[in-house]
Structure formats: C-alpha cells, structure tokens
Design a binder for this molecule. Sequence first.
Ligand SMILES: Cc1cc2nc3c(=O)[nH]c(=O)nc-3n(C[C@H](O)[C@H](O)[C@H](O)COP(=O)(O)OP(=O)(O)OC[C@H]3O[C@@H](n4cnc5c(N)ncnc54)[C@H](O)[C@@H]3O)c2cc1C
Length: 449
Amino acid sequence: MRTVVVGSGAGGLTTASTIRRYNRDMEIVVITREKYVAYSPCAIPYVIAGEIPSFQDIVMHTPEYYRENKNIEIVTESTVVDVDAEKRNVIYYDKEGNKKVLKYDYLVIATGGETFIPPIEGRNLEGVFKVKTIEDGMKIKEYAQSSKSATVVGAGAIGLEMAYGLRKLGLNVNVVEMAPQVLPRALDIDMGEIVLRYLKTLNIGVILGKPVNKILGDENNRVKGVVVGNKSYSCDMVVMATGVRPNIELAKRAGCEIGRWAIKVNSRMETSIPNIYAVGDCVETVDFITRQPTLSPFGSTAVRQGKVAGRNIAGIPAYFKPVLNAMVSKIGDMEIGSTGISELRAHQNRLDVITGKAKGLTRARYYPGGKPIYVKLIFDMDRTLIGCQIVGGERVAERIDAMSLGILKGVTCEELVNMEFSYAPPVSTVVDPIALAAEDAWDKFLELN
Ligand SMILES: Cc1cc2nc3c(=O)[nH]c(=O)nc-3n(C[C@H](O)[C@H](O)[C@H](O)COP(=O)(O)OP(=O)(O)OC[C@H]3O[C@@H](n4cnc5c(N)ncnc54)[C@H](O)[C@@H]3O)c2cc1C
C-alpha cells in the first residue's frame, strides 16, 4: 500500500508522520515544490527581526532525516500537475523536468495556500515581496539590509510581525491597511486601538481605512514608493501581507468537491473522492460558533488535521472538530490573542451579545516587572462565552487557550466570575483580569433584568 502526500508543509508532513506512527509497512511518498522541507513559516518574521539568529535555525528536519528515521521518502522541487482519480495516479514533474506517474492507494492533498496579491499597478517591480516560504524570508532580509524604508501592506498578524521585524532591522516602516483597524480578523476595533497605540511607541506608522492604489518605481524598475489615497509615501521595499488564498487547483483536477471557500472535507478529512484526503490551508472547515464553513489558515489547525487524516489512513478512526480559530501573536513586547467570535462578527451574523472588559496587571501591583493586560469577553444572550480577545505583556496564550476550552465546554459568565484562578504575586494577580471582565459583563446582564 502506498500513500502519496502532495505538499511538505505542516499539514502534509504531520499526515505522513502520523501514518508512520501507526503503520510500519505503508509506503509513504511526499512530493513538494519546495527545496526546504519541515521549516516553520511562522518563525520567518522573528528571523527578520533577528530574534532567531538564522533561517537555518527554523528548518527542523531534512528529507534525509525523514528517509532514515521515519522511512518517508520526500521528493523535493517537484510539482504535481494532475491526478487521475480513476486510475489512482498522480502526475508530476521532478526537479530535472521529467514527467513522472506515481500510483497511490491513498492520496493526501496538502497544497496549502498562495499569498493573495491584489492587482495593484507596480506589483511586479523589484523590491515587492510576498511572505510565504523560507526563500521569501531570505530575499526580504537580504533586500532589507540595503534598504532604509519599507511599506507593509496588510495589518493582520503576519503584516504586523513583519513590520516589527523590519523596524527592528532599522528601517522606517509604514503599514497600510484597508480596514479601519489593525488585526481586523482577530480583534474588535476597541482592542485594535491598544495595539495601534503600541505600534506608535515603536515608531511604526499605520495608515488605516485606505488601500495601496499603486506602487511607484524608479527608472530601474525598483520600488521607490506607494500611493495611498491621493498621497504618496516613499519607501525602498514593499511587503505584501495581504492574505492567503487556498491552493485548490489540484483538488479541482482530481474532481474533489469545492465548498464555499476551499476543498470540502468531512470530519475524517476525506474529500468527496474515495481515498483522497485533504488537510491544512487548502481545506475549509466548520466555525464552532456560526456553524458556517470557514477557513482556518493556521499551522496549529494544519497539524491537528494532519493527525486526523493520518490516523484514519492508518485505520484508526479520528475526527476533526469545528474550529474557534484561536490565534496568538507577539509584536515586540506585546502579546495579542483571540478565540471564538468577535463582537463585530457576531453582529454581522445577527447574534446579540454582551461584552465585558477589564484592564489588569500580569503580576501583583507591587511585584516588579508586571505588565498591563487587557481582556474582552463576548457572551451570547444565554450568558455563554463565545469569544475572547486579550492584549498584554505576558501569559496571553495560556489565557486564550483556557478560554478556548471554556467556549468549547459552554462556560457561562457566572462560572467565569467564580472561576478558581491560581495566584502568586510574581505570576498573577489575586483576581484574574478574566474574572474582572466577566464581572463587567455580569453587571450588564443584571441591568437587563
Ligand atoms: C509569515 C507567516 C507566519 C505565520 N505565523 C503563524 C503562526 O504564528 N501561527 C500559526 O498557527 N500559523 C501561522 N502561519 C500559517 C501557517 O504557516 C500555515 O497555516 C501552515 O503552514 C499551513 O500548512 P499547510 O501544510 O496547509 O500549507 P503550506 O505550509 O503552505 O504547505 C503547502 C505545501 O504544498 C506545496 N505544494 C503546493 N502545490 C503543490 C503542487 N502542485 N505540487 C507539489 N507541491 C505543492 C507547497 O510548495 C508547500 O510546500 C504563518 C504563515 C506565514 C507565511
């Protein structure tokens, strides 16, 4: 029996390793366009910032490691161009350009996503970069060494992480975002304001509510600026952090059903075609709160989906559950996290909500080194937690994870008010800011009665 996996990102390699964990005999072949495999794209901004010394540090394993330790064959720099689902063949071009046909018993489509680059004039100039692969990161860092200023297009987590990285390298940085706030997918505007104020302290410029209309080039076709609204801003380079679109071409060629956003899969990660699975950024999943199809373009999701697909292929039943799209990011000294639905998105989905907010400290007031932390909780009218956003100096991720579990288990406002939080002065406060935010919401619920 042979499993062919297309794509060597988090989704593809996790599927391959999970199959091997439970099945010693399956032949496993991973085919990927990339030269480097098993690296962390999530770490690229932190290499740019110099917080991780080199790009080599974020490559966790080589193809040789997989061959020798896991008996998994990785075919690099090769592109799968077609799938014949009836004959169970994949057709690919290897790195020498030879056309090859490989039979599969199981196929896993883990083709990830592509950076969406809006059709802006000047997008092909020298000095315009996307940020997706490790090679993109290397090119950006090299170009930045001889640049003085940069524009980052998009104020999502990747855009802000990149802006911080380039600022730390000494460049003057502007971020341009079409939405009226930073982190529009993760945060409400009130929580985004806290991040915005912090970016100003880092001398990162932020232009909100306007798109980049044009990228300007000099006589050598190198970037010299951008036009936003009717104003131009000079810069030496542009980084497009304008979102990711699922890479679904191969799945379409195989005849897999495509849903509203991406490849449609069931909870076992099976596509509509027998023996073809799909995982990661190329699939759509179900939103836990709205129960609607959604994208979940996170490494954390790709890994969990890969484990589910791998177990099922190895004959161990496993199911992927609806997502909260929990995220966390760190920009400078600020940690930002969210899970579940935002107040804005709740309104867009015609859901009435009550919110509670609190500002607290990460350590007892008298204990040195404590940092501010801001919490926003979102409850439905049954007083059940459906969303949480936290911005603060430390321990944001742990709190977000606790709130994710709370949402999944249907925790109520009252339960959070009375929740038993651990306390010691160097690591927490006697009343956790989450309990304070829940109290704020609780008071609003009382007023309604
Ligand atoms: C800068 C950056 C920062 C990020 N930070 C975070 C973070 O902090 N936390 C988090 O959870 N997520 C983060 N992400 C997102 C995360 O990296 C992705 O969600 C994750 O990599 C998706 O994994 P995947 O396996 O689905 O796809 P990918 O990692 O995109 O892998 C897809 C693979 O398929 C290959 N491929 C595609 N088509 C073909 C073909 N036809 N033939 C052969 N090979 C093909 C591609 O070359 C690629 O190797 C970040 C992403 C970036 C770019």
